[in-house]
Design a protein around this ligand. Structure first.
Ligand code: NAD
Length: 369
């Protein structure tokens, strides 16, 4: 019997609602396998700030430090409400970036997956989707513009100014490229390197390191694509991509576009992998526009559980069962409202019912212990 401690950071907005479904699934996985999950809830984000004055309080840091893995819901408030929190304690700056820095979670895996049978979820035409969308974005997560030095003030002419630096060193670039090349080796052996070397010197260095790493992976075909063009090709021909690797901000933006071509950000789970600890989170935000209504899509949260089972606990076959269970719910014609399309006959269900149905489907899958 293995025991794993998991820090649960439900967060803000729809976070607690979709976390409930993740816990439902974890308890079922526990009952089906020789594993115990010690679940440790902790405050994180705006809700933590309002309760303690810190968006990543010391008690939560301690729980995360001791955990084998961290499962995070969503954080953030809507634009107006976020102004009630001092800038440095606002959830991304006060909680998310410090957590990424603390655990050095440099490799962010963001799968963008839609089988052909669910092509109607996508705003793209069926002929564009072809046999389905199945690509994965590897986003560098602890460098670049989001982590560079920052300065703001008033210049000698009395104008307010800001400097934000896009900083990378070669080691930071090399280690995430290694992850991407290794993943490409296990998939279709094609790696799309996304950059902006026609403008940014950071991309020139990035591409130099690509050429240095490449000889170790002679069977991988590397294709270089400018980030602006990549945004277009993602809409015009998503099937042309398999593994894509890019720096932090490019990955933030293109992966939300990934959610767009699938039909909802609710289909975007992710894994944030560090040398010693990893955390798992939906790629999307706290969806304040639908929070509290019980209609959020928990696929991204439950998919993040599947990634945790596989990547942190070595439970590959149960992770596969969980993906299958979620696809079975869609295949049976059920979906949360974000994916329901006009003129289609999906039965709209709540967050909790989606979780219940996934649990029922998972219960039908044989366990391979
Ligand atoms: P968002 O991702 O929260 O929402 C964008 C749109 O997608 C909304 O219409 C929302 O209803 C929908 N959506 C997102 N997830 C969904 C789900 N699971 N089911 C159904 N619909 C879903 O982006 P936003 O509105 O720009 O940001 C809201 C807050 O989230 C902000 O405070 C932002 O800073 C924060 N945020 C946090 C993270 C993170 O924690 N990693 C990421 C992005 C945004």
């Amino acid at each position: 019997m293995s025991t794993y401690t998991i820090a649960l950071l439900a967060g803000d907005g729809i976070g607690p609602e979709i976390m409930d479904e993740a816990v439902k699934i974890l308890r079922l996985v526990e009952s089906r396998n020789t594993v115990t999950f010690d679940l440790k809830p902790a405050l994180f984000g705006a809700s933590a700030y309002f309760e303690t004055g810190k968006s990543f309080p010391e008690e939560s840091v301690a729980i995360c430090d001791q955990a084998d893995a961290i499962l995070k819901g969503t954080i953030g408030l809507n634009h107006e409400d976020s102004k009630t929190i001092p800038v440095d304690e606002q959830p991304e700056r006060g909680a998310l970036l410090p957590m990424r820095r603390r655990y050095d979670t440099y490799a962010n895996f963001r799968p963008v997956y839609l089988p052909r049978s669910l092509a109607h979820f996508s705003p793209l035409k069926a002929e564009v989707i072809g046999d389905g969308i199945d690509l994965i974005i590897i986003r560098e997560l602890v460098g670049g513009l989001y982590f560079g030095s920052k300065k703001s003030g008033v210049d000698d002419q009395g104008r307010r100014y800001v400097h934000e630096m896009l900083e990378y060193n070669e080691d930071q670039i090399r280690r995430v490229l290694e992850v991407a090349f290794q993943l490409a080796s296990k998939r279709k052996k094609v790696l799309h390197n996304i950059h902006k070397s026609n403008v940014l010197k950071s991309s020139v260095l990035w591409n130099e390191i690509v050429e240095e790493v490449r000889p170790s992976y002679p069977d991988i075909e590397v294709k270089h694509v400018l980030v602006d063009a990549a945004a277009t090709y993602l809409c015009l021909d998503p099937a042309s991509f398999d593994v894509m690797v890019m720096e932090n901000m490019f990955g933030d933006i293109l992966s939300d576009q990934g959610g767009g071509i699938l039909g909802s950000l609710g289909l975007m789970p992710s894994a944030c992998v560090g040398p010693e600890k990893s955390y798992y989170e939906p790629s999307h935000g706290s969806a304040p526009d639908i929070a509290g209504q019980g209609i959020a899509n928990p696929y991204s949260m439950i998919g993040s559980v599947a990634m945790m089972l596989e990547m942190s606990f070595g439970m590959e076959s149960e992770a596969r069962n969980l993906w299958r269970a979620m696809q079975s719910v869609f295949a049976a014609g059920y979906t949360t409202p974000d994916l329901a399309r006009r003129g289609k006959s999906e039965k709209k269900i709540s967050t909790a019912e989606f979780g219940d149905r996934v649990a029922t489907e998972l219960g039908k899958q044989p366990v391979d212990n």
